[in-house]
Design a protein around this ligand. Structure first.
Ligand SMILES: Cc1ncc(COP(=O)(O)O)c(C=O)c1O
Ligand SMILES: Nc1c(O)cccc1C(=O)C[C@H](N)C(=O)O
Length: 399
């Protein structure tokens, strides 16, 4: 297919895209932005909302805003906006702290729920580093052995010693989507709890935490949920576990009566038990505004577009890669095993990434030899996918 034909195909697919109007809800330019799996683009409504928060809520109401502007309850309120995106009924998602801190809360909470007779944690062998670092520290604190296991091996490896498994729904490096329901079911069969990191799946594809029986989950909000740099993470605490959830970070915000200022901690009822200290109000409210773009969005349509975009990119890349070049996608071709990014193995990835950025195609690069291209279905176009494949082909000597 000549380039003009490929561009024509992209244009017709963009014209037929049921989500095409959503791109206008974001601040974007003619850069091909394929790094929404690291930092989502800015939703248009956010600056005005934040300006209002600064001028009125902080500037004029000051301390009164904790009650009158709903700051105190924002962690649960924003959690309710995330809940439908991860298949959670109300009352199970709370927002605050970083993903790393929530991994700590969730994992210690899980091993405490599992009880004293189990002494092992299985951790995704290819995990994003922070989860592995936290798990190792949890092991040192609690005495549990921490055993790295590939996610696909977890069903076979979980056993009578296993207290919890900690796994990523989508591998940040390869873009592989794991079988969350099967791994969760196997963990349960072994009597263990399943804790999932949804950083690379929340907002990118349908997630059904309640239906799939997940015990605890965490995820960041600055990737596919477009909450902004450092926006707070979310914690899912399954309703059935809330009463027994014993947080390793019981701050005053998770107290049943915070303003009683009691010396002893009495945990709050419900998901507020997952809170710790004062919420990050400015970034939390920016996130709340950013989540407005999801109103009425069908996650099945998001998934269909994500797969169509990544298929198209993989197809165009196969056509544009010069013969004999030792580079190509490592992300699984099977839809059931693909998240919303395509990772391309390529020599001199750092130099190729820099060249692509200079040509207006922004993905990212992970050592030693991976280029990552994230496809955010809310705003990425088929024209973006076509141009990225073309520029990557050129960067590798094609054209
Ligand atoms: C899978 C995964 N977990 C955790 C993190 C880090 O979380 P945080 O920096 O919010 O603690 C990231 C990305 O930064 C990630 O991709
Ligand atoms: N959180 C990030 C940051 O603060 C700076 C740069 C990148 C990030 C990321 O989110 C990286 C991302 N989790 C990854 O998948 O590699």
């Amino acid at each position: 297919m000549a380039r003009s034909e490929a561009r024509g195909a992209a244009a017709s697919r963009d014209a037929a895209d049921p989500l095409r109007a959503l791109r206008g809800r974001f601040v974007l330019d003619d850069t091909v932005y394929l790094d929404g799996n690291s930092l989502g683009a800015l939703p248009r409504d956010v600056p005005e909302r934040l300006a209002g928060v600064l001028a009125r809520e902080w500037g004029e109401l000051r301390i009164r805003s904790w009650n009158e502007s709903g700051w105190w309850t924002a962690p649960e309120r924003v959690g309710e906006l995330i809940a439908p995106l991860v298949g959670a009924a109300p009352g199970q998602v709370v927002v605050g702290d970083s993903t790393s801190v929530n991994v700590f809360k969730a994992l210690v909470g899980a091993v405490r729920l599992a009880g004293p007779d189990r002494d092992e944690i299985l951790v995704d062998a290819a995990t994003f580093p922070t989860d592995g670092y936290v798990a190792a520290s949890v092991g040192r604190m609690t005495g549990h052995a921490v055993r790295p296991v590939p996610v696909e091996r977890m069903p076979a490896e979980a056993g009578p010693r296993t207290a919890a498994v900690l796994a990523n729904h989508v591998d940040y490096r390869t873009g592989e989507l794991y079988d969350l329901p099967a791994v969760t079911a196997a963990a349960h069969d072994a009597g263990a709890l399943a804790v999932w990191d949804l950083c690379h799946s929340a907002g990118a594809l349908p997630v059904e935490l309640d239906a799939w029986g997940v015990d605890l989950a965490v995820g960041c909000t600055y990737k596919y949920l477009n909450g902004g740099p450092g926006s707070p993470a979310f914690l899912y605490l399954r309703a059935a576990h809330q009463e027994r959830f014993d947080s390793p970070l019981p701050g005053w915000n998770s107290h049943a009566d915070p303003f009683a200022m009691e010396p002893r901690h009495t945990p709050a009822a419900g998901v507020a038990r997952g809170r710790v200290g004062t919420p990050e109000i400015l970034s939390l409210l920016a996130l709340e505004s950013a989540l407005g773009v999801w109103e009425g969005v069908d996650l099945a349509a998001v998934r269909a577009k994500s797969l169509a975009l990544t298929d198209f990119f993989i197809e165009r890349l196969a056509a544009e890669l010069p013969p004999g070049v030792d580079a190509g996608p490592i992300t699984p071709i099977e839809h059931a095993r693909r998240g919303s990014q395509v990772s391309v193995r390529c020599p001199d990835a750092e130099a190729v990434h820099a060249l692509l950025v200079s040509r207006g195609v922004v993905g990212d690069q992970r050592p030693p030899d991976l280029l990552r291209f994230g496809f955010t279905p809310l705003y990425t176009t088929f024209a973006d996918a076509e141009r990225a494949a073309w520029e990557l082909g050129l960067a590798l000597g094609g054209g």
